[in-house]
Design a protein around this ligand. Structure first.
Ligand code: TUI
Length: 314
């Protein structure tokens, strides 16, 4: 199960944990890294001082490589990048924008840069800026989404760039991991599955909502704002549906969305908050330690790949 991603990042398994804002804290990230994957702290829109504390916590818990996700729409992005540089964070992933201008100073301290993209064009543009790998994220994922599915996006990005591709969106078990490898990916990133890791500090109401979710329980809201997000259906999404039906101006969506992610993830208000989760939420059926999730994933993927050999026999 070793791929070029393992070599490049110094990890045992090519499994990254999504850097989910308000969800992926040092506790979860350290557990994933200790288990041989790459744990990633989600900085979201948090101030730089918060991130610095998380980095100190993770360094105290594991000597293995870890990452930080930078949400490029954050008002604190410049200070966040400075903290990352000061602490020589081993790996960063980026989301919701183009990290191009930050790459040279990050490379100078040895930080590996792995942007999340949802289109071929951005992957190609970023390859020229010297990224180390790219995460191709399909619209099955939770949170901010693009337009293409993982099945359509991953092979197109694999064909378009030379850097290793990591697949994300719609991956929660070993069959999906194996499928991603068949599409040409060198690794996977999972968010929703790790939300229900024992070490994940998200509010228990959120874990329960994910554990109870059925196949059609997520919806994409906020399309009129230009920043669509996939979330679990609740009172908040019904209100957004209403706004959309009445063709409310984008500003009204923006205004109503403020603070809704922390309301759900930290305070546990799963009716009025934004419960970002992927389409695979229904496949997450129990809380488990991060190490168990990773080992189960690898075991299932190996079994899937082994049994697939029969289709290639004469
Ligand atoms: O970033 C994510 N997922 C996220 S970020 C987030 S927090 C948030 N808060 C308020 C509004 C929106 C989000 C919750 N979930 N995934 C990575 C990702 N990035 N998927 C797609 C993209 C992306 C989209 C457009 C990357 C670049 C881009 O365009 C960049 C450009 O300038 O061309």
């Amino acid at each position: 199960m070793r791929t070029v991603i393992c070599e490049r990042l110094g990890i045992q398994y090519p499994v990254l944990q999504g850097g989910m804002a308000w969800v992926a804290t040092a506790e979860l990230a350290a557990a994933v890294s200790e288990a041989g994957g790459l744990g990633i702290v989600g900085s979201g829109q948090a101030p730089a001082a918060w991130l610095e504390k998380e980095i100190i916590k993770i360094k105290a818990r594991t000597a293995k490589p870890y990452g930080v996700n930078v949400m490029l729409m954050s008002p604190h992005v410049e200070e966040i990048i400075n903290v990352i540089i000061n602490h020589k964070v081993p790996v960063i992933t980026t989301g919701a924008g183009n990290p191009g201008k930050y790459i040279p100073c990050l490379k100078e301290v040895g930080t590996r840069v792995i942007p999340v993209v949802s289109s071929v064009a951005l992957a190609q543009r970023l390859e020229k800026s010297g990224i180390d790998a790219v995460i191709a994220e399909g619209m099955e994922s939770g949170g901010h989404v693009g337009e293409l599915t993982t099945m359509a996006l991953v092979p197109q990005i694999v064909d378009a760039v030379k850097v290793p591709v990591i697949a994300a969106g719609g991956i929660a078990d070993g069959r999906q991991f194996a499928a991603a490898l068949m599409l040409g990916a060198q690794g996977v990133q999972m968010g929703t599955r790790f939300m229900c890791a024992t070490e994940c500090t998200v509010h228990p109401n959120v874990k329960n909502m994910v554990l109870k979710a059925r196949d059609r329980d997520t919806v994409v809201t906020g399309r009129p704002t230009g920043h669509p997000v996939r979330v679990l259906k609740n009172k908040l999404t019904r209100y957004f549906d209403e706004l959309e039906r009445h063709a409310a101006p984008a500003a009204e969506f923006e205004a109503f969305g403020v603070g809704k992610l922390s309301l759900a993830m930290a305070e546990g208000d799963i009716e009025n908050g934004s419960v970002m989760a992927g389409q695979v939420a229904s496949m997450v059926t129990r809380e488990q330690p991060a190490a168990e999730i990773i080992l189960e994933l690898i075991k299932e993927a190996k079994a899937t790949l082994k049994s697939a050999g029969k289709f290639a026999a004469e």
